[in-house]
Design a protein around this ligand. Structure first.
Ligand code: ADP
Ligand code: MG
Length: 352
């Protein structure tokens, strides 16, 4: 039902991909720059890796094995996943989970207050309600939403980081890591690359992009920011980055359609309805993809002013927020690496 939105990597030599368009750098290859570039499907999204180095194939394979494991741990749908174990035990007791799942749950907890209720992994009962209604091409009734919303409260998720235990306080509560797990997977992929001495790579999990180092020619990576609602690959801007993750949340590619109206997949936990801020997309740039995943979803829910306020309170995080009025706001720190592509046409650009 949901289609896929994404950032794409931008360049002259474009190789057609299913979702992403990825470039070959315009540089002279040396023997040490063996390039592997492949796409796979994990975590309900396309995973693209582009890696340079003599051991790029091995790095690619190691990352795939790891992402498969993360999917097995964090899938909402697999009965044997940590998430399902935690959810089944809601209101019944504490469960022992893998350290990786605990890391993700703990990171969500760490951002609970910062995000002012806009990011809440206990949103799952509402997601599930919208998913079920979507299959029947209807939207849930107000009463049903209100009733289901009673289960949503991340304060009743308890995480014991020392003993790797977690619990949900009330029966009916469910956790969904869809807004955070891809970010975690990107961070882990980058750790694997680093451990293998890879100096130049890109990993992209359907919009969670991580650019490792520079391109092999020494220039920064160039990443295009998708123009909301335009054909895939049309960008409103490009960013030039080194060692940064770029994560976008938007309303324009994953949604259900009921009676001609789109209901997208990012839910405002305060209302139980798809977030209705003034934004079409929220992109966060920093050095930790899990943090960027959380903050991009939260900013999208909170809207321009509150979203920027939240971003401003977190160290070393930049953002690009695109409003429905076709205004693009960037944080000051992007001034030198952000390049408009649509100036003078539909979009107006501002430093926030
Ligand atoms: P995408 O998964 O398309 O990259 P996001 O990172 O913004 O988009 O995460 C959206 C996913 O996160 C949803 O599909 C759902 O599983 C979950 N989710 C939706 N709304 C919220 C929210 N307010 N807080 C936490 N998770 C959410
Ligand atoms: Mg997110």
């Amino acid at each position: 039902m949901f289609t896929k939105r994404s950032l794409f990597l931008y360049s002259r030599n474009i190789i057609e991909g299913v979702v992403l368009k990825i470039m070959n750098g315009d540089y002279e290859k040396t023997r040490d720059e063996r390039l592997i570039e492949k796409q796979d499907y994990f975590m309900s999204t396309i995973v693209t890796q582009k890696i340079y180095g003599h051991n790029s194939l091995e790095a690619y394979n190691n990352v795939l094995v790891e992402i498969q494991e993360l999917e097995n741990l964090m899938s909402f749908f697999k009965d044997s996943s940590d998430v399902s174990i935690l959810n089944r035990m809601a209101g019944k007791g504490v469960v022992k989970l893998s350290k990786k799942t605990i890391d993700v749950l703990a990171c969500a907890k760490d951002h609970e207050n910062i995000c002012r209720g806009a990011f809440d992994i206990t949103i799952a009962p509402i997601i599930d309600l919208w998913r079920r209604c979507g299959r029947l091409s209807k939207i849930p009734g107000q009463k049903e939403v209100e009733e289901t919303l009673k289960c949503v409260d991340c304060r009743s998720l308890h995480v014991d980081r020392i003993n790797n235990m977690a619990s949900l306080a009330h029966e009916g509560q469910l956790v969904d890591l869809g807004g955070i797990a891809k970010g975690y997977a990107a961070d882990i992929a980058v750790e694997i690359y680093a451990g293998m001495g890879i100096k130049s790579a890109i990993v992209d999990l359907g919009g969670n992009v991580f650019c490792v180092g520079n391109k092999p020619d020494g220039n920064p990576w160039t990443v295009g920011i998708q123009r909301p609602y335009a054909a895939r690959g049309v960008s409103i801007a490009v960013l030039q980055v080194t060692n940064k993750t770029i994560v976008t949340s938007g309303d324009y590619e994953r949604f259900i359609k009921v009676n001609g109206k789109n209901y997208h997949h990012i839910i405002d936990p305060r209302t139980g309805y798809p977030a209705d801020s003034n934004l079409e997309s929220a992109t966060v740039i920093c050095e930790n993809s899990m943090k960027a995943d959380i903050l991009s979803t939260a900013a999208f829910v909170l809207g321009l002013n509150e979203g920027m306020e939240v971003i401003g309170k977190v160290n070393d995080v930049e953002a690009i927020l695109v409003t429905k009025d076709k205004e693009v706001f960037i944080t000051k720190g992007l001034r030198d690496c952000f390049h408009c592509l649509d100036s003078g046409n539909d979009y107006k650009y501002y430093i926030y």
